[in-house]
Design a protein around this ligand. Structure first.
Ligand SMILES: [Zn+2]
Ligand SMILES: [Zn+2]
Length: 140
């Protein structure tokens, strides 16, 4: 994408001049501030036993945003045994990846089917999307 194009911010919907970031400067600042809030709270000893709900309440950061921070690897939850987030697919509590074990199995089954279909159809678009998702999941 060429820098300097006018874009809608996916966060607030405002038009902004797109440069390095995908979101507008206001949202960027806001999200950074939210991240700092979470980070600071999680560094406290007494937060060790907190759940994602408690973290959200204490920081006033939405659960979905906290989940995003965790998935991005910005917030580490190893030291927080009660911190978990929802499986993207079924909502079960998980601590790694974007999906729970069951959904992952189901998903890879679908992926295999998909790639078999794809080979037959050689329709590129969906295949790329799926392999991208798969890659994301593996990294997490
Ligand atoms: Zn914005
Ligand atoms: Zn699931």
């Amino acid at each position: 994408m060429t820098p300097g194009t006018i874009n809608n911010c996916p966060h607030c919907g405002k038009l902004f001049l797109k440069s390095v970031r995908d979101i507008c400067p206001d949202c960027y600042k806001e999200i950074e501030a939210e991240y700092q809030q979470c980070y600071k709270f999680m560094r406290k000893k007494e937060s060790r036993s907190c759940t994602i709900m408690e973290l959200s309440e204490a920081t006033r950061v939405s659960i979905s945003q906290i989940t995003r921070f965790i998935l991005e690897g910005r917030l580490q939850i190893m030291d927080h045994p009660n911190l978990s987030y929802a499986c993207k697919s079924c909502g079960a509590s998980i601590r790694t990846g974007v999906m729970c074990e069951n959904c992952r199995k189901e998903f890879s089954k679908q992926l295999t089917q998909l790639s078999e279909d794809e080979e037959r159809k050689a329709a590129q678009k969906d295949g790329q999307g799926a392999s991208h998702l798969y890659r994301v999941e593996k990294e997490l």
